[in-house]
Design a protein around this ligand. Structure first.
Ligand code: NAP
Length: 481
């Protein structure tokens, strides 16, 4: 048991008003591993006041380069504590330690370093105008940014928002998901440890319906940076309209991974597997719809099924484990329900399909699952499952591949497997998705923008593009006549 964790407001740790707490459960063991404060609207008021005071105080007056240096200090301390942070990420989420330690926590640190480098390179310009005016622009922070994030990449997605917000001079209130608050709290702990001025980074744990909602309603919050479910995002957009907040929404997905007959089929089998089974399929950009050309379908599915059957769930803390625990009991039940729906609707189960037991009789584990003969109208072809379940759909020819790929409400990502360069670029241009991977899948870099088309949301995380949505432009006219 990691004990009781408090809220970080204005550089101080404190209980939630009324001392309410909520448990954090390790999905691999079903044990309660911590109790965290469950914030109320009164705590949100206090966090907004602390963030505002930071903006009116030293943080607002600080030279940009110095802001970047603070961010580098936090990154350096995170690197020193990387093993501890990675272990926590695995404990509350159930993801394999190899993913936490060697992929996601390093990426979160790199993201902070990347934006630390940007802090003193964000500037306005001079604009030639008619007459005797001298006109220049200033790029200014929005003010108080609330980052509301999900449970699937708890620290990484938090950093995608916290880092550009700090680089552009905002103060931040971070609201992690109820299931996975521990690494956000550790980020707060590190900020305090290195001496970041009070109120610049506040961490509010608690329920989305109460603490999250209070942030979205609060007149003192200038921006909501949200990643989560599409329906939650729509609600946030409606509520934020009352105070005309800036918002960016990174939402769900049902991404197509398209395999053409001229692809390197062994590489495409590996890509299909990584595309759906990395992160237990709890990945917004998961290649959850595998589109395979009819002419190679049977051979391809046979290879993929063989590979999938060899993949077994294991203890997330074991460095050899590649498939961890589903994040919660509710999520496991939701995924298993989709498996039943798929069977009823006539899809062919070619691998997995059941709950898994790693030998402890505990934990929310699931077999990696592949369905073939899925038609585009089936539920598993249309709805985001957010688990290790792949729906394979066939197509005939390039035009049908494109039509099927785009036949979804979502538009987060897509994959293309082909050796034909012309076809790759042509199909990439036709796909309605924020990211298109060619002969690879699920690769990211802080310098590359990530975000959705259509109902996968708007705004971009990472890259220089994200800086735009954490700052605003002021035009200054000086009469030189
Ligand atoms: P969620 O239920 O929408 O929750 C996301 C965050 O919003 C959590 O912190 C949640 O708090 C909070 N929240 C819930 N209701 C709220 C409200 N009324 N007002 C303000 N905040 C509220 O999503 P999730 O189930 O955690 O995450 C899974 C979803 O995220 C999937 O649909 C996935 O596709 C999407 N996702 C998208 C991306 C992307 O980049 N596009 C990346 C990752 C995940 P509680 O935890 O306390 O409920």
């Amino acid at each position: 048991m990691l004990g009781r964790k408090q809220l970080l407001i204005g550089g101080e740790w404190r209980d939630a008003a009324g001392s309410k707490t909520q448990p954090v459960i390790n999905p691999a063991t079903e044990e309660t591993i911590a109790e965290v404060a469950s914030a109320s609207a009164a705590d949100v008021d206090a966090a907004v006041a602390a963030a505002r005071a930071a903006l009116d105080g030293p943080w607002g007056k600080m030279p940009a380069r110095e802001r970047g240096q603070w961010m580098h200090k936090i990154a350096a301390r995170m690197l020193e504590r990387i093993d501890e942070i990675s272990r926590l990420e695995t404990l509350h989420n159930g993801k394999p330690i190899t993913e936490s330690r060697h992929v996601e926590v390093p990426m979160a640190i790199e993201c902070l370093q990347y934006y630390a480098g940007w802090a003193d390179k964000i500037h306005g310009e001079t604009i030639p105008v008619k007459g005797s005016g001298f006109v220049y622009t200033l790029r200014e922070p929005l003010g108080v940014v609330a980052a509301i994030v999900p449970w699937n990449f708890p620290l990484l997605i938090a950093m995608w928002k916290v880092a550009p917000a700090l680089a552009t001079g905002n103060a931040v209130i971070l609201k992690p998901a109820s299931q996975t608050p521990l690494t956000a709290l550790m980020l707060g702990e590190i900020a305090v440890e290195v001496g970041l001025p009070a109120g610049v980074l506040n961490v509010i744990t608690g329920s989305g319906g109460i603490a999250g909602q209070a942030l979205v309603e609060h007149a003192g919050v200038n921006k909501i940076a949200f990643t989560g479910d599409t329906s939650t995002g729509k609600g946030i957009m409606r509520t934020a309209a009352d105070t005309l907040k800036h918002i960016t929404l990174e939402l769900g997905g049902k991404s197509p991974n398209i395999v053409f007959p001229d692809a390197d089929l062994d590489a495409a089998v590996r890509g299909a597997s990584v595309g759906i089974f990395y992160g237990k399929g709890e990945v917004c950009a998961a290649g959850s719809r595998l589109l395979v050309d009819k002419s190679i379908k049977d051979a391809f599915i046979a290879k993929l099924a063989e590979r999938t059957k060899k993949m077994v769930a294991g203890d997330p803390l074991d460095p050899k484990t590649r498939l961890g625990a589903i994040s919660s009991k509710t999520q496991l039940e939701r995924v298993l329900n989709y498996v039943e729906i798929a069977k009823k609707e006539g899809a062919s189960l070619v691998a997995g399909g059941s709950r898994a037991d790693i030998g402890t009789g505990k934990g929310y584990f699931m077999q990696p699952t592949v369905f073939a003969d899925v038609t585009p109208d089936m539920t598993i072809a249309r709805e985001e499952i957010f688990g290790p379940v792949l729906a394979a759909i066939d197509f005939a020819g390039v035009d049908e591949a494109i039509a099927r790929a785009n036949d979804t409400l979502y538009g987060l990502a897509a994959g293309i497997w082909t050796k034909d360069v012309k076809k790759a670029h042509y199909v990439a241009s036709k796909l309605k998705a924020g990211t298109v991977w060619v002969n690879t899948y699920n690769v990211y870099d802080t310098a590359v923008p990530f975000g959705g088309y259509k109902q996968s949301g708007f705004g971009r995380d990472m890259s220089a593009y994200a800086l735009e949505s954490y700052s605003q432009v002021k035009a200054v006219w000086v009469d030189l006549s």
